[in-house]
Write a protein that binds this ligand. Structure first.
Ligand code: FAD
Ligand code: NAP
Length: 386
């Protein structure tokens, strides 16, 4: 039975308990980033995925942060709390069930209810911006430890505290391998999220779980998230253009492995960007080998910090506009993966500009061609942005 037809064996309620045997740094020692290649074992699972799918991971919190939170509450960790009607020790609940590194409004409201004057003020609707500035200013975020230490006179029972917390959610990652090339494993390409605030290192839950805490015999829950909107074209002869700066390159490594494995004859064009060629050229050997072998018909690179002016993937698109237009006219699919906030919008606007410059379209026609035609009607313009 095909992966499409089969009902997934695993889901949020019933994840596969996997091990994580490979954790390699892709970025160099001088890089500003810590981006890693992870391999998760599927041995014995029967879990299936397709190129373009994502992997859902149920990560746990940093035990150090759990202990600091328990101390800040004045607890031992052995107290019993109820999480969705299941009784368990506070330590276990904080480890597995709740978000600890960002604070909830409910917690602020609880402190206001206890008469903490600052929280009474911050809870007023007109002070919403001040509340966000207090809890969530970039690089100056506060967690429960910061706030409980600021107001040591406030005593919450473990249950009162837990009842203000947000449930810890799964994280999704674009799969960067093809199962045809790696039947028993799934690969991810993950930027480790860390920042400093108020004298302590802050850690993104899942990316640091992968980078620092998940190894050896330890298992964690995973399941595949089907992403039908982000599959390769059905016809292996169809050319594809793939725009994937940063970790956005992940699904395209999967596409290329897939097309290599099935001997697809369609042309493949990758546009990749990162900060510095010497530090941040992920999978360089593999991509250069594929270029030499002809699997990659074309690869355009945009290293943003190797020169005074910023060079981004859309800079390369603009330079290669005539060729992109030609590929689109020949039926190419256009894929974009990575940063949703800025990159995806800039790439989108560049695509519209190419339709104007090289397709001779008016601004309105170009916009309609890309957004209505290519994206909605033909579904040849596919995005997976986050
Ligand atoms: C479909 C999909 C595919 C994805 N694929 C990938 C992928 O292939 N590779 C990849 O690396 N990621 C990918 N992501 C993103 C990934 O799911 C996580 O969001 C990311 O790894 C961060 O998760 P975390 O648990 O480590 O951090 P979290 O615990 O979620 O913390 C991250 C949050 O911290 C905040 N933050 C970050 N830096 C700072 C700072 N300096 N100061 C203050 N706040 C800050 C931001 O608000 C950010 O949302 C994908 C997301 C989706 C939806
Ligand atoms: N919230 C944040 O501040 C923050 C910071 C980093 C990453 N992220 C998110 O984390 C995820 C992973 O990031 P990542 O490490 O994979 O890479 P990334 O931050 O997306 O960076 C990859 C490359 O894209 C460049 N870039 C920056 N702005 C761009 C734009 N408007 N158009 C095209 N390229 C642009 C970067 O250049 P320069 O860095 O030289 O500008 C870098 O060379 C993304 O979702 C990203 O949004 C968030």
């Amino acid at each position: 039975m095909s992966a499409e037809a089969a009902k997934p064996l695993y889901n949020n309620k019933n994840p596969f308990q996997a091990t994580h045997p490979v954790n390699n740094k892709l970025t160099g020692a001088e890089s500003e980033k810590d981006t890693r290649h992870h391999e998760i074992s599927l041995a014995g699972s029967g879990l299936v995925y397709e190129a373009g799918d994502a992997l859902a991971l149920k990560a746990t919190n940093d035990p150090e942060l759990v202990e600091l939170t328990i101390q800040a509450l004045g607890c031992t960790g052995d107290e019993t709390v109820k999480v969705k009607d299941v009784e368990k020790p506070l330590r276990e609940a904080l480890f597995r069930d709740y978000v600890l590194h960002f604070v909830e409004k409910k917690f602020i409201a609880k402190l206001a209810e206890r008469g903490v004057a600052k929280m009474v003020e911050l809870s007023k609707p007109e002070n919403a911006a001040a509340l966000t500035a207090y809890t969530n200013t970039r690089h100056e975020t506060r967690d429960y430890v910061d706030i409980l230490r600021e107001f040591p006179e406030v005593k919450l029972t473990p249950q009162e505290f837990c009842d203000t917390l947000r449930a810890l959610a799964i994280r999704l990652y674009s799969i960067s391998s093809s199962q045809k090339a790696h039947p028993e494993s799934v690969h991810l390409t993950v930027a480790t999220v860390r920042w400093n605030a108020h004298g302590r290192v802050r850690r993104g839950v899942a990316s640091t779980f992968l980078a620092e805490r998940w190894g050896g015999e330890m298992t964690a829950g995973i399941f595949a998230q089907t992403q039908k909107h982000f599959r390769l074209p059905d016809d292996p002869n169809t050319p594809v253009i793939m725009v994937g700066p940063g970790t956005g390159v992940a699904p395209f490594r999967s596409y290329l492995e897939e097309r290599q494995a099935i001997g697809a004859r369609g042309k493949n064009w990758l546009l990749f960007g990162e900060q510095r060629a010497s530090q941040d050229f992920f999978y360089r050997e593999q991509f250069e080998r594929w270029q030499k072998d002809g699997l990659l018909s074309r690869m355009d690179l945009a290293f943003s910090r190797d020169q005074a002016e910023k060079i981004y993937v859309q800079t390369r698109m603009k330079e290669a506009g005539a060729e992109i237009w030609k590929w689109l006219a020949d039926g190419a699919y256009f894929y974009v993966c990575g940063d949703k906030n800025k990159m995806a919008a800039d790439v989108h606007n560049e695509l519209i500009a190419i339709a104007q410059t090289h397709g001779g379209k008016s601004p309105e026609e170009a916009k309609a061609f890309i957004e209505e035609g290519l994206m909605k009607t033909e579904k040849r313009y596919r995005r997976d942005v986050y």
